[in-house]
Design a binder for this molecule. Structure first.
Ligand SMILES: NC(=O)c1ccc[n+]([C@@H]2O[C@H](COP(=O)([O-])OP(=O)(O)OC[C@H]3O[C@@H](n4cnc5c(N)ncnc54)[C@H](OP(=O)(O)O)[C@@H]3O)[C@@H](O)[C@H]2O)c1
Length: 338
């Protein structure tokens, strides 16, 4: 058994480049008392990691260390009574082939009867719960309302739109390629979608697809799209600010705030920035609810999986620039459940 992983080699200055990462052989960790050694199967690539590449992040990644990430894995050695060899688990490990989990901390066992084990870090995990919180708790959808979702084919956006649809909303999505737009309407079941890169203007596309204004905006991108939405919100609209990926590579502080905020006040609307980490108390109730939606076919979920630890950094960069159709994962070990 040879360990190998991706080291955080350099803080990016603007867009993430391959030299930010260094994939190399690593020492094989050994499990001490209470520890769990796992072989990793699926590594997650998430936009929030971009923020942690910045030195001034309060959770900044450490230079020279393995990139931390959510991982689905299988227990190889357990010195912990809570875990058995062979258990499928998920937790906060890193972009590497083998991880040591000291004391089994924050490691959770996966129930494979709920669906593919990868779902534990996708639709049944953080991205799925994020979508649920943003639509249900902040969006507070009512039948007949118009809900707009940006980055609508991605890890979070695809779920957000489908949950809003289940609540009776008319749902519109935006994304950055023709293939994504076809997927959003034909497969995910949104009522309409537009390509924000090729539309003559985002404002014009919103006018065309949301003729009755916007009641709920699930914001994954910020920037120009957020400002165009604010110009079109209905009275008492709800804006769930989930993420603002259009600004993540920016080195300046002012990119985050739209310039037309006063329209929110005038509309009696609310704009709420939320973090899924403040809602983890919902996790245990969320998992069976979403698992049932998936089993019923009420929600469909797409993962975009690359293979090989060597491809992890490229897979991340590709996701940040829109190459993913669905949730980007990297498979680095055999998934014997499929
Ligand atoms: N609040 C929370 O707790 C929380 C939790 C999870 C995720 N998030 C946020 O949710 C958002 C979506 O995350 P995800 O994991 O679902 O990622 P994702 O949508 O699967 O992948 C990121 C997507 O962002 C789009 N994008 C990249 N640059 C863009 C730009 N300049 N303008 C518009 N779109 C751009 C790309 O799609 P296109 O082809 O459409 O450009 C890309 O596919 C991110 O902002 C993330 O930080 C927040």
């Amino acid at each position: 058994m040879q360990n190998r992983g991706v080291i955080f080699a350099k803080r990016p200055d603007g867009a993430v480049t391959p030299d930010v990462f260094d994939c190399r052989d690593l020492p094989m960790p050994e499990a001490g008392p209470g520890d769990v050694l796992v072989r990793n199967i699926y590594l997650s690539c998430d936009p929030y990691m971009r923020g942690r590449f910045k030195a001034d992040s309060n959770k900044a990644f450490t230079l020279g260390a393995v990139i931390p990430a959510r991982v689905v894995a299988q227990v190889v050695t357990s010195n912990n009574p809570d875990f058995n060899t062979g258990d499928y688990v998920w937790g906060f490990m890193g972009w590497e082939l083998y991880s040591l989990v000291p004391g089994g901390q924050r490691l959770r066992i996966i129930d494979p009867s709920l669906g593919p084990i990868s779902h534990a870090i996708t639709v049944l995990g953080m991205p799925g719960l994020t979508a649920h919180v943003g639509i249900m708790d902040i969006g507070k959808p009512a039948p007949g309302e118009t809900c707009f979702v940006s980055a609508a084919s991605g890890a979070v956006g695809q779920v957000a739109g489908q949950i809003a649809k289940l609540q009776g909303c008319r749902v519109i999505g935006s994304a950055g390629s023709a293939a994504k737009i076809a997927h959003i309407t034909d497969t995910l079941g949104f009522d309409a979608a537009f390509n924000y890169k090729t539309a003559p203007s985002i404002a014009g596309a919103l006018d065309e697809h949301c003729p009755n204004g916007i009641d709920i905006y699930f914001d994954n991108v910020g920037g120009e799209t957020l400002e165009a939405v604010i110009d079109r919100i209905n009275p008492r609209a709800r804006i769930a600010v989930c993420g603002q990926i259009s600004g993540y590579d920016s080195q300046t502080a002012e990119w985050g705030e739209p310039r037309n905020l006063e329209k929110i006040t005038l509309a009696g609307a609310v704009k709420t920035r939320f973090s899924v980490y403040d809602h983890m108390d919902q996790y245990d109730a969320f998992v069976p609810r979403m698992a049932q939606w998936l089993k019923n076919g009420d929600v469909v979920y797409f993962e975009d999986i690359w293979d090989g630890i060597e491809k992890t950094s490229e897979a991340f960069i590709d996701m940040m620039t829109g190459g993913n159709l669905g949730k980007r994962l990297v498979r680095v070990g055999e998934d014997a459940t499929i």
